[in-house]
Design a protein around this ligand. Structure first.
Ligand SMILES: [Zn+2]
Length: 258
């Protein structure tokens, strides 16, 4: 992990830049999102960072070769990726063999989905809903934004003189990818990122010809799971009344051509 950081802006390591400079220099307006993003790492830098984490992850967590899962995922994923304006050949989707009810995305077009969540899905549209959500996180560089926010906060803390050590930056990078110090521990995105991923995930679904109402049905199903042991996807992806209400609102907007 450490060597990758040599490609990161040196200022992050030295902690020499005060927060004001970072905020002024790195805020970019994203027209699709309709808001400013604090970003001082590019998609490419995040992808580079994620690639070794992804390789490690695939070594540590078993993947499945069961066609029951692979056929479904391989049928849906390319359509969703294409609907997001991306080239499926440049993305990688792995099905991990685990009862965890979860899915995740890493920069550079890496998506992981667990057999546990696939077992809950009634149809391709529900798979499309979760994949669309994950593709949107990557597309809008939510990890890069999380990285930038965390690093800016740490830089501000250390601006008084202390240096930001490599280990500290390393932790920030893992957090930005949504991985805990140990793989398999997924950290949450902010509520804003979750709602954006939902919103654009629906648009990709619609463009790919899937039934958006199935997204609502799936989230309701996930919500009902809450009664037992809380599934992982719930804790990293809070599904509540607000979220389901927003999905319904967005579906109406998309159908009315907005
Ligand atoms: Zn999410």
């Amino acid at each position: 992990m450490k060597t990758l950081f040599h490609s990161f802006p040196a200022v992050l390591k030295r902690g020499l830049v005060v927060l004001g400079v970072l905020a002024a220099g790195a805020c970019a307006y994203n027209e699709t999102l309709g808001r400013n993003q604090l970003l001082f790492v590019s998609q490419g830098q995040m992808a580079q960072l994620a690639s070794s984490a992804w390789t490690d992850l695939k070594k540590q967590e078993p993947t499945t070769s069961d066609p029951k899962y692979l056929n479904r995922v391989n049928r849906v994923a390319p359509k969703i990726i294409r609907a997001a304006g991306e080239n499926p050949a440049e993305w990688e989707v792995e099905v991990f063999k685990s009862d965890q009810i979860n899915a995740f995305a890493l920069p550079g077009g890496k998506i992981g989905i667990y057999t546990g969540i696939l077992d809950l899905m009634d149809n391709d549209s529900q798979i499309a809903a979760v994949l669309g959500h994950e593709v949107a996180h990557v597309k809008f560089n939510h990890s890069g934004e999380r990285y930038s926010q965390t690093a800016a906060a740490q830089t501000a803390l250390s601006a008084g003189g202390a240096l930001v050590g490599d280990s500290q930056v390393g932790t920030t990078a893992l957090q930005a990818l949504g991985l805990g110090a140990q793989y398999g521990v997924l950290l949450p995105f902010s509520r804003k990122h979750e709602l954006e991923a939902d919103k654009f995930g629906l648009r990709y679904m619609a463009r790919a010809g899937y039934d958006m109402d199935e997204a609502v049905r799936f989230w309701q199903k996930m919500s009902a799971q809450k009664n037992g042991a809380p599934p992982e996807f719930m804790s990293t992806h809070p599904s509540d009344a607000t979220r389901i209400a927003q999905l319904k609102r967005e579906i109406q907007l998309i159908r009315s051509g907005s």
